[in-house]
Design a protein around this ligand. Structure first.
Ligand SMILES: Cc1cc2nc3c(=O)[nH]c(=O)nc-3n(C[C@H](O)[C@H](O)[C@H](O)COP(=O)(O)OP(=O)(O)OC[C@H]3O[C@@H](n4cnc5c(N)ncnc54)[C@H](O)[C@@H]3O)c2cc1C
Length: 414
């Protein structure tokens, strides 16, 4: 595998960029793996990467029914942050952000992490009160968060219209929040996992599990049967369908979540901004596009597209806060199928079937969690003991009523 460096880039440029080695090579399935991961999104790839590099489990395969990063990991709006309310969530998401902070160097792949700040807006006195409580809780969790006045917001985001239908009364910023390049996260982890010996098998769909005596022993796939010591599932919006193959019922609802981008313009917005009330969030990509999103479509669906109504709602909300963007053309729109749990927190760890592990329930916010999701699941699979950071996120919490209700922290309501 070529090392990515300035020197190598210059050398290859002189040769017309020929002979770059592929970032990872297509593998054909072997008869047996110690661990098989289902789903070649960020979480599946990160789990395989950490299994091989950190926890000493080398004989690992990732099975992806389409192409690497073709699911939500390649479709999201790239926001990373750790400003969560409950201590369990804060510890987990901040572990993720800290891993992101060093992952480009570790992977030798530029994830384009841009910690430009993540700003949440408040539009009423009541919202200001709740926001102050959140800022205090987040700070007590040891995470950076600071309240901003309207004047400070205007200074940071000059194009914002503070006197919108619901005037902006204040906000809070997480300075370490921001964005990272979504495709790069998938590609960098795939390259890192491949380099550590993981087989990445694309166009290979899971079609069933081999289970005997309450224990998973292998998987059936569109490319044949594979025996496995352990199986990890990280298939986001398809989690219920896949779990059903093992006779498991998950409390997951699948819905389409849309995103859209305008034509690229010069840099005008260097903070990621969200308004839960006006119901939209926006940032500017490194290519100059204004990237926006809002709530999920209001019906359940496995279709990776969305309805017109949501596009109109998102654009209308953007223009309330940024009227000047009305001059821009909307260039593209797409959707992903998100996996929403009852408390909008993830479901991570063991299942009632021995050696079968689950990672799902990210809803609209699992991109920021990819490094920590991968690290903690890899630990759990390698040690057969749940990682302390995800103890509270087990499937059984819904039976115990021990919910971790982060719906207020999940950006826009869904
Ligand atoms: C429009 C949009 C905007 C978002 N914005 C943000 C954001 O700003 N910040 C944030 O933190 N999160 C965001 N998210 C959520 C985030 O993208 C996801 O939570 C995260 O990418 C989930 O990663 P994953 O690896 O679990 O799933 P995915 O990336 O979806 O990967 C799952 C993979 O499993 C594969 N698969 C499914 N069934 C099978 C099968 N039977 N066999 C084999 N493979 C299978 C799929 O093809 C897919 O590639 C957004 C999501 C969307 C859709």
């Amino acid at each position: 595998m070529s090392h990515y460096s300035f020197f190598n880039l210059a050398k290859k440029a002189l040769g017309g960029h020929k002979n770059w080695a592929p970032a990872w090579r297509r593998a054909t399935p072997q008869k047996h793996y110690d661990v098989v991961i289902i789903g070649g999104g960020g979480h599946g790839l990160a789990t395989a990467y950490y299994l091989a590099t950190k926890y000493g489990v080398g004989n690992v395969a990732v099975l992806e029914k389409g192409w690497v990063g073709g699911g939500n990991t390649g479709r999201n709006t790239q926001v990373v942050r750790s400003n969560y309310f409950y201590p369990e969530s804060a510890a987990f998401y901040d572990h993720s952000l800290k891993l992101y902070e060093s992952l480009s160097r570790e992977l030798n792949f530029n994830l384009m992490l841009s910690q430009r700040g993540h700003l949440s807006l408040a539009h009423s006195e009541h919202e200001m009160e709740i926001m102050r409580r959140n800022v205090n809780a987040i700070s007590l969790n040891g995470i950076d968060a600071r309240e901003l006045s309207p004047a400070e917001i205007k200074k940071r985001v000059p194009l914002i219209n503070l006197n919108a239908r619901y005037p902006v009364l204040g906000g809070f910023v997480q300075p370490r929040g921001g964005i990272a390049r979504h495709d790069a996260v998938a590609w960098g982890l795939a390259r890192g996992a491949y380099n550590a010996g993981v087989d990445i098998i694309e166009n290979c769909a899971l079609t069933g599990f081999d289970i005997s005596g309450g224990r998973v022993t292998g998987v059936q796939t569109s490319k044949g049967a594979i025996s496995a010591g352990s199986v990890g599932v990280a298939v986001a919006g398809h989690s219920s369908e896949v779990a059903r193959m093992a006779d498991l019922k998950l409390p997951i609802t699948s819905m389409s979540l849309q995103a859209m981008v305008t034509e690229p313009i010069k840099p005008v917005l260097d903070t990621a901004v969200i308004s839960p009330t006006i119901h939209m969030y926006v940032s500017q990509s490194d290519r100059g596009e204004i990237v926006l999103g809002g709530g999920a479509d209001v019906y359940n669906s496995y279709a990776q597209r969305g309805g017109m109504r949501t596009i109109e709602d998102n654009v209308a909300a953007l223009l309330e806060l940024f009227p000047r963007f009305s001059r821009l053309k909307l260039m593209r729109q797409w959707a992903g199928v998100v996996d929403i749990s009852p408390d909008t927190s993830p479901i991570l760890g063991k299942t009632p079937i021995d050696n079968l592990y689950i990672n799902c329930g990210w809803g609209t916010g699992g991109f920021k969690a990819i490094p920590a999701g991968g690290d903690t699941m890899a630990y759990t699979i390698a040690h057969k003991t749940v990682h302390p950071l995800i103890n509270a996120f087990d499937l059984q919490r819904f039976e115990r009523g021990a919910l971790i209700d982060e719906s207020a922290a999940s950006g826009v309501a869904h």
